[in-house]
Design a protein around this ligand. Structure first.
Ligand code: DX5
Ligand code: ZN
Length: 222
């Protein structure tokens, strides 16, 4: 199984962002998850290019960008230049999803689509073969620290069946309310990447929390 941890810096201490990134650099984390919000697709506004560029300068882990913005295709080139490794766009926020995904891949960046909790997996039927990753929201997007939506496990299993059939290389990431219990069950259900914010950064020892989340990997993690 390919299983990874992607700490979301939305819950990090922004007064000490450099130090927080160093903690991730020195941990067993596999990615750094960056949540970009526009105040339109989601009510909240988070951060944009200056922060992403700053993080990219000091991060040793690949940047996993989660765009909660409408028509993200407008920013793909700039985000690729800012250091994105994976760009995730929301199905609900794109007028032309195929064009958006192809535009991301054209920049040499991995392309991923995110589904809100109430968007069914079958909307991906016509695009799954083109994706490097699917991100399933296990809370409504926009803020950290929410309670995990239990129906996500079934959704992961359903998506895994689709992926095994049509695009086995495609990864499944889950985002929102990830902790030791939900994380273990998500890996068991077939998730490959866990994005986790408050559970990691509000813990006493974030690096240790990352190691423990990672220890729930099934077999050996690659
Ligand atoms: C929420 C963001 C998440 C957030 C997760 O809209 O996409 O990445 O940081 O936060 P937790 O892990 O606290 O639910
Ligand atoms: Zn996110």
């Amino acid at each position: 199984m390919r299983q990874f941890i992607s700490p979301s810096i939305l819950s990090a201490d922004f007064n000490n962002l450099g130090r927080e990134i160093q903690i991730i650099n020195n941990s067993q984390a596999d990615f750094i998850h960056l949540d970009v919000m526009d105040g339109i697709f989601v009510p909240n506004i988070s951060f944009g290019f200056p922060v992403i560029e700053h993080v990219n300068k000091i991060a040793t882990k690949p940047l996993d960008l989660h765009l909660m913005i409408i028509e993200p295709v407008r920013y793909v080139v700039h985000l690729a230049e800012a250091g994105a490794y994976i760009i995730t766009v929301h199905y609900e926020a794109c007028k032309d999803l195929h064009r958006t995904i192809r535009h991301i891949k054209k920049q040499g960046v991995k392309a991923s689509v995110c589904l809100n909790p109430n968007t069914p997996v079958n909307v991906l039927n016509d695009i799954i073969t083109e994706l490097d990753m699917v991100l399933l929201m296990s809370v409504n997007p926009g803020v950290g620290g929410q309670v995990f939506i239990e129906s996500t496990y079934a959704k992961v299993r359903e998506l895994k069946i689709m992926i095994d059939k049509y695009n086995p290389a495609c990864l499944i990431e889950v985002d929102g309310g990830v902790n030791y219990e939900t994380g273990r069950k998500l890996f068991e259900a077939g998730a490959n990447i866990l994005a986790s914010g408050s559970f990691i950064f509000k813990s006493e020892n974030p690096a240790e929390t990352i190691s423990k989340l990672k220890s729930f990997c099934i077999n050996s993690c690659q």
